[in-house]
Ligand binder design. Structure first.
Ligand code: KG4
Ligand code: ZN
Length: 357
């Protein structure tokens, strides 16, 4: 039947999903069942690891049952079970891993460990016409999330990804805050709830992106790395000044548009530089920040002048933030290559909080 169950619990989303995969066909998502803990962590202004693990424990079985019943199948129909085992909050990861191990062992199914970022990478192929084996290579992959801002040059299709390909294909990364973190921290300064990226996106719609000239870090030609910590400081100082003048509310849209422009500018400058330096013919942008409307609009307008042969690939909005469909999809490619554990061996699978990049 070519059906794989994915389980994701690396941070604050508990998710299970059933995906159908076939050689030379798009990945088809049959179901996704996700419980987002965002509201639970909101009062703390960020994710509290202990609360996250406990909540995963309470919800993971419901998510798995939900995904199987929505897909209309029993667990015996599955060919394999894929689970995020790295990177992430170790206690949170362990909940998904334990559930996946128990299920795989009891049912005699293969268990496929998946790197969370590899899941994000595969998210552009879920329920899309674009086929993973048809893309012009090399492809630049930008992972822009709350935890990562990484640029990778992909020289093979996902079917042929080697176990350590992420480490070997990394060409640029953030030296401090991730792009999503920059959105979240500046949003917090302005008084928006966590996570603030989508709030800034919304508030920026009526603003002038050139109103406040916030810094663009590391503009030098030589590096593909990012730095967003200077932006946070500049926004804090500006917000304090406007607050003392009593004009913060009135300038909020301009402020949000300017913050968003600074982050999007920094991302695009390095993305286009990486494309030029590595002769990339296609581009995929994944992770929570890939949902940003300004980033999408500017890429839509600018991609043709940067040697790309096809329009930039974005995941469907539902697959930008953490979800188990992308883990099932990445697991399917791994499974087909024989990269899985079974029987007693699968019980040795562990969580890795910070694997070597
Ligand atoms: O990929 P993700 O769900 O989690 C991680 O693996 O980190 O990404 C979450 C991040 C948050 O920082 C959130 O503020 C950001 O994605 N985000 C956005 C938007 N939607 C989510 N940032 C900018 N604009 C958006 N529309
Ligand atoms: Zn993620």
């Amino acid at each position: 039947m070519n059906l794989i169950l994915g389980i994701e619990s690396s941070c604050d989303e508990c998710s299970a999903s059933v995906v159908r995969y076939s050689p030379r066909a798009p990945l088809e998502v049959l179901s996704v069942s996700t419980f987002s803990q965002v509201r639970i962590h909101q009062p703390y202004g960020g994710v509290v690891p202990e609360i996250a693990s406990r909540n995963h424990l309470e919800t993971v079985n419901q998510m798995i049952d939900g995904a199987l019943s929505e897909a209309g199948i029993g667990a015996n129909a599955l060919d394999a079970i894929a689970v995020t085992n790295r990177p992430g909050l170790v206690g949170a990861l362990l909940v998904g891993i334990s559930a996946a191990k128990a299920m795989a062992y009891a049912l005699g199914k293969p268990l496929v460990p998946v790197h969370h970022l590899e899941g994000h990478a595969v998210s552009v192929f879920l329920d899309q016409q674009a086929r993973a084996d048809e893309l012009p290579l090399p492809m630049l992959l930008a992972v822009v999330s709350g935890g990562h801002t990484n640029l990778y040059v992909m020289r093979t299709h996902p079917e042929l990804w080697q176990p350590d390909f992420l480490r070997r294909s990394l060409v640029g990364r953030s030296r401090d805050d991730a792009a999503g973190e920059a959105f979240d921290k500046t949003a917090k300064i302005l008084g928006f709830p966590y996570p603030g990226g989508a709030w800034i996106d919304k508030a920026a719609r009526d603003g002038d992106p050139a109103a406040f000239p916030f810094p663009r870090a590391l503009p030098q030609k030589a590096t593909l790395d990012f730095s967003f910590s200077g932006l946070k400081t500049a926004v804090a100082l500006t917000a304090e000044k406007l607050r003392s003048e009593g004009t913060l509310e009135a300038r909020l849209a301009d402020l949000c548009a300017s913050i968003q422009e600074a982050i999007v500018d920094a991302l695009l400058t390095k993305i286009f530089l990486a494309i030029r330096e590595n002769g990339c013919r296609s581009l995929a942008i994944v992770g929570g920040v890939a949902a940003n409307s300004r980033l999408r609009a500017r890429l839509e307008a600018e991609w043709r002048s940067h040697r790309l042969e096809v329009p930039p690939l974005f995941p469907k909005p539902a697959y930008c933030t953490d979800n188990a469909a992308m883990i099932a999809g990445a697991g399917a490619f791994r499974f087909r290559q024989g990269q899985f554990l079974r029987e007693l061996d699968l019980l040795s699978l562990n969580a890795i909080a910070n694997p070597e990049l």
